[in-house]
Design a protein around this ligand. Structure first.
Ligand SMILES: [Fe+2]
Length: 345
């Protein structure tokens, strides 16, 4: 065993065995046995998975992780290899505190109203405190190092989704904590300032896009959230990507695919909305042998990386979707590889 003695600065004396072997953990694989660990089963693929709205119905103030860590084979709660989505239920007048080891936290308020009081480093060696109000439709993002107390207003809210007598505030939360856990790191400084995206403004911007005559020809009718801190990736944080989209009545949004994972939250929909997800496109531009994922208001589902997906609304009512992805990170790595199906190709 190598030992170091305590010496004045600049002098290090090694005692005992100076050179060790260090080869005990080294492995050598024949190329074809290790080139595709997903294909060989060494690592599991990201599953297509639905999380029902019943997960957050009623009950006490709590965090409900959308946890697929068993299927992913990772330690600690995770919805995808790099992201964790959760529902946060806060009873009227009650509080819940968060302090994740994450570079980015994103919240979308599904129901109710309240405020979040945060403290954290400002990135210049100082501290930062503040309070952000929120109500249904608002998005919040918080950077690394924030300890945040989320408090629901006393009146609660019953504006949807969920049981009409559910007065708790309901937040959808996504962090990149699983990515940091995998890397074995804790963040050293914030990369953006706490930011609130007003829900009424987001809906107004989405309505502008929807009423644009070009909307019918677009793959998605949606807005993407950005931040002044991400001028290269154009994403909501440097790792996360967030969208507010509408699936108009009778509409089919053509297939596309990307290497980011999507943790899709359905905010509003009537029965008859669904996504088709699959690995291959046919000559007509539709997905071959797709898996159908039915939408549920207040439910969520995982769209795995690299899979083609299209959205369909046969419900007779407009539907709204909030997908959160790790596309900030993929865009920075130049690995997003987003592709769109051409109709009748
Ligand atoms: Fe997508």
């Amino acid at each position: 065993m190598t030992q170091q003695t305590e010496e004045p600065a600049g002098a290090v004396v090694l005692l005992g065995e100076a050179i060790e072997d260090w080869t005990g953990d080294a492995l050598f694989y024949e190329y074809s046995r290790a080139a595709d660990p997903v294909g060989s089963g060494a690592i599991s693929p990201v599953p297509i998975h639905r999380f029902p709205a019943s997960l957050h119905a009623g009950g006490p103030t709590r965090t409900i992780h959308l946890d697929l860590s068993d299927r992913l084979g990772v330690d600690g709660p995770a919805t995808s290899p790099g992201l964790l989505a959760s529902f946060v239920v806060i009873r009227p007048g009650e509080r819940l505190t968060t302090r994740p080891d994450a570079t980015s936290e994103l919240y979308y308020c599904l129901r109710g109203s309240g405020h979040s009081a945060f403290t954290g480093p400002d990135g210049d060696g100082g501290g930062m405190t503040g309070t952000m109000p929120w109500q249904a439709g608002d998005f919040l993002t918080l950077p690394a190092g924030c300890t945040t107390v989320h408090q629901a207003d006393g009146t609660g809210g019953a504006d949807a989704p969920g049981p009409s007598d559910d007065r708790s505030a309901l937040l959808y939360r996504v962090t990149d904590a699983p990515l940091l856990r995998y890397l074995g790191v804790s963040p050293s400084r914030p990369r953006f300032r706490p930011t609130r995206f007003d829900g009424a403004e987001a809906r107004a911007r989405l309505a502008e896009v929807e009423h644009d005559p070009a909307a019918a020809d677009r793959s998605r009718v949606s807005i993407l959230l950005g931040n002044v801190a991400t001028p290269q990736t154009l994403t909501v944080t440097h790792t996360l990507w967030a969208m507010l989209g509408i699936l108009p009545v009778g509409r089919v949004q053509r297939p596309h695919r990307h290497q980011s994972v999507a943790l899709d939250l359905v905010t509003t929909c009537a029965p008859g909305c669904y996504s088709l997800v699959g690995t291959r496109l046919g000559d007509d531009g539709t997905i071959v042998d797709p898996v159908r994922v039915d939408w549920e208001a207040g439910g969520a589902f995982v769209t795995p990386p690299g899979m083609w997906h299209s959205h369909h609304n046969e419900s007779g009512r407009p539907a709204y979707l909030v997908p959160i992805q790790d596309a900030g990170l993929h865009t920075y790595l130049r690995s997003l590889d987003i592709r769109f199906a051409r109709p009748g190709r």
